[in-house]
Design a protein around this ligand. Structure first.
Ligand code: HEC
Length: 166
């Protein structure tokens, strides 16, 4: 009788052990040990012409001439110019200066940017070209696509147009 009791006890202990092992295994062998795709590890090619929902197609720097042909969808109203001025003062004055002449405090230790008030430059560049400069950056100018929306970038372009030297 005693042996039967011990045997039953052993079977129960064994079953508990197996179940415990299963629980521990399930909780420790989590997704970090299964085949997975790590962000940035592989590049997937997106189907051509894909646009994120609620987003806008970003034209890369290499296709600036294509971006330059984009029309400005934001009318240069006093409100849009004021909004653009406000953004310009926050993001652009360190290099381009308050006046846009390219004399910001950073330029002493950085490549001086062009004078944006220059009439010749103002004429040579389309709104789309400058919008692209803000969105994806220039040769050394950083891109502001992360910080500024497309609309804010057009507003800044509208503000820059008011700086044109007559
Ligand atoms: C870190 C300094 C820096 C900041 C900040 C900066 N720029 Fe520039 N920007 C430059 C430099 C340098 C150039 C000269 C072109 C080049 O080499 O990228 C330039 C060129 C430009 C041009 C002229 C492009 C052309 O050739 O017609 C425009 C327009 C412009 N920036 C607008 C802006 C606006 C708007 C902002 C703010 C959102 C801004 N920049 C912020 C450095 C800067």
């Amino acid at each position: 009788m005693k042996y039967v009791f011990v045997l039953v006890l052993l079977i129960i202990a064994g079953a508990a052990g197996v179940m415990g092992y299963a629980v521990v295994t399930r909780f420790t062998h989590n997704m970090t040990e299964t085949p997975r795709i790590v962000a940035g590890e592989r590049v997937f090619t997106m189907p051509a012409g894909l646009v994120p929902r609620g987003g806008e197609l970003t034209i890369p720097r290499e296709a600036r001439d294509q971006a330059a042909r984009q029309p400005n969808p934001v009318t240069p109203s006093p409100e849009s110019i004021a909004a653009g001025k406000e953004r310009f003062q926050v993001y652009c004055t360190p290099c381009h200066g308050e006046s846009g002449k390219g004399n910001g405090p950073v330029t002493a230790r950085f490549i001086p940017p062009p004078d944006l008030t220059n009439a010749g430059l103002q004429k040579a560049r389309t709104d789309g070209y400058w919008h692209s400069y803000i969105r994806v950056g220039g040769a050394v100018m950083p891109s502001y696509g992360e910080a500024l929306s497309s609309e804010e970038s057009w507003q800044i372009v509208n503000y820059l147009r008011t700086l044109a030297a007559k």
